[in-house]
Design a protein around this ligand. Structure first.
Ligand SMILES: N[C@@H](CCC(=O)N[C@@H](CS)C(=O)NCC(=O)O)C(=O)O
Length: 196
């Protein structure tokens, strides 16, 4: 079994694998349109995490990582990922293209977890500023939503290639970093707060 990682599975690998390849899938775009109440947000205040949406341009690529799960571990890893991705993700089979092309593998039929538009946690499109603001203020049992985004952009940029950080991610990264450095968002020590 091969699993494609394009979100937290790129940088948070809490399962065994026997082979790892960098590459891409075609016909999709990565978007922070999936809500998260069990990892990067809480019920009533969801975070936003990555999902894949079908692209009108079949040449659009989503870069990520393919993991080959050892046969003896498939059942356990599948159950683990089904639980980890329980809030709205479902599995699909897609075609993965290793890059650079592997000598022994041209393409791989691979399992991917996608939060489709009809799932109960799907948040859908919003202005980048709104998504960045939601990410900046969200936190859940797995940590800050900002860390999810920045771990992903850093891993794609360093592990895969600069061009693997798509324009949607770059825009969100820029806006979240701007929010982080904005004086209005710095924690003001309690003894210096002035009641308005
Ligand atoms: N299925 C995508 C997205 C996976 C993903 O980010 N799922 C969330 C569920 S909210 C997760 O596992 N988060 C773990 C974390 O935030 O630490 C992938 O292949 O990377």
């Amino acid at each position: 079994m091969w699993v494609f990682g394009y979100g937290s599975l790129v940088w948070k690998v809490d399962f065994p694998y026997e082979r790892k390849l960098v590459g891409y899938v075609k016909g999709y775009c990565r978007r922070f349109w999936q809500g998260s109440e069990d990892h990067r947000g809480v019920p009533g205040k969801p975070g936003r995490v990555a999902t894949l949406v079908p692209s009108e341009n079949t040449q659009d690529c989503v870069w990520g990582v393919a993991y080959k799960i050892p046969a003896i571990e498939v059942e356990r890893v599948r159950a683990h990922l089904d639980y980890r991705e329980k809030d709205g993700y479902q599995t699909r089979e897609v075609i993965f293209n290793p890059y650079p092309p592997s000598t022994d593998i041209t393409t791989i039929r691979i399992t991917v977890y996608i939060g489709t538009g009809d799932n109960p946690f799907f948040l859908g499109p919003a202005p980048d500023e709104e998504i960045a603001h939601q990410i900046f203020h969200a936190e859940g049992p797995s940590g800050r939503n900002v860390d999810y985004l920045l771990n992903l952009t850093h891993s794609l940029r360093t592990m895969i290639a600069p061009h693997a950080v798509d324009s949607h991610l770059s825009a969100l990264e820029e806006k979240v970093k701007a929010l982080s450095s904005s004086p209005s968002n710095e924690e003001v020590p309690e003894d210096q707060r002035h009641e308005s």
